[in-house]
Design a protein around this ligand. Structure first.
Ligand code: C2E
Ligand code: CA
Ligand code: CA
Ligand code: CA
Length: 279
């Protein structure tokens, strides 16, 4: 038993060592990718589920690693956050999103908002306000055409800093959307005092909407509360026609998910949008 235990320990130790090495390697690769602007954005359409019209899009980061292939943002965003790379990376994506929105307008796509994901770490520094302002001006964009998305996992310690930063961003006309809503610990009072325009109901509630009366109750009450606070609601992760039917029946308006489309390259997004009707 002792020997097994020891072997286990050695085994664990080696993999930990290897995974650390991998992480250090990946960090170097990410640093180069950011410096060479190798990160890209893909665009996932958002649809008015009552009318079938395009209502917006979300920009999602993509990294094609020369050896590893596609690395998920769920892996490289946390790495970027831990290493401070999130600042240059995030600034590059704000630029890229504004550039794409200009391209979409020049392609005569409907003028709908494009949402950019930002990390709370980016909101600890007010210079992000200038990143938005500068790029909106650079690409001659009406500020209503760029939205900011941030998850609700905002720690109490940084609450005021982030709140101030979001207020300044809203003052330039950029709407603020709370991502993955319902998974954190936000309460009604938090929303009342927080600079927010849009709630995105987390995919986990939509996933099991048919198996779980609890989830139905949660989604309904988020929707009711949002109405009272005059917030826009977007249902995320719609994959099936049954989920869509439920969302429509509840009189919700905005949806996003694989049922409509996966995130697409700019050219594929253009072709998709040219189809015009999405229900
Ligand atoms: P998120 O912001 O909640 O983005 C939604 C994720 O769900 C995306 O994964 C999207 O591809 C996926 N998704 C959309 N519809 C469906 C669906 O119907 N079913 C399922 N199963 N999944 C769906 P992705 O692109 O891998 O991004 C993962 C997360 O990485 C994002 O979650 C976001 O937290 C983060 N992320 C992505 N891009 C950025 C970025 O530019 N900046 C920052 N800070 N974070 C980003
Ligand atoms: Ca998001
Ligand atoms: Ca989300
Ligand atoms: Ca998420």
């Amino acid at each position: 038993a002792k020997k097994n235990g020891r072997n286990k320990y050695v085994f664990f130790h080696q993999t930990l060592y290897e995974s650390r090495l991998k992480r250090i390697e990946l960090e170097g690769d990410l640093r180069r990718a950011v410096a060479n602007s190798e990160l890209q954005l893909h665009y996932q359409p958002q649809v008015n589920v009552q009318t079938g019209e395009l209502s917006g899009a979300e920009a999602l980061a993509r990294w094609h690693h020369p050896k590893l292939g596609e690395v998920s943002p769920q892996d490289f965003i946390p790495l970027a956050e831990d290493t401070g790379l999130i600042i240059p990376l995030g600034n590059g994506l704000i630029y890229e999103a504004c550039r794409s929105q200009r391209q979409f307008l020049d392609w005569n796509l409907p003028p709908v908002p494009l949402s950019v994901n930002v990390s709370v770490i980016q909101l600890m520094d007010e210079r992000i306000v200038d990143e938005f302002r500068t790029n909106l001006a650079r690409f001659h964009l009406d500020p209503s055409l760029i939205w900011l998305e941030v998850t609700e996992s905002i720690s109490a310690a940084h609450f005021d800093t982030i709140k101030n930063c979001l207020e300044k961003i809203r003052q330039i006309g950029v709407k603020v959307s709370i991502d993955d809503f319902g998974t954190g610990h936000s309460s009604l009072s938090y929303l009342k005092s927080f600079p927010v325009d849009v709630l995105k109901i987390d995919r986990s509630f939509i996933d099991t909407i048919h198996e779980s009366e609890e989830n139905q109750a949660i989604v309904r009450s988020i929707f009711e509360m949002a109405k009272g606070l005059k917030l826009t609601v977007i249902a995320e992760g719609i994959e099936t026609s049954a989920q869509l039917a439920w969302i429509r029946h509840e009189q919700m308006i905005y949806g996003q998910g694989y049922y409509f489309s996966r995130p697409l390259s700019a050219e594929n997004y253009r072709d998709y949008v040219h189809h015009n009707h999405f229900l």
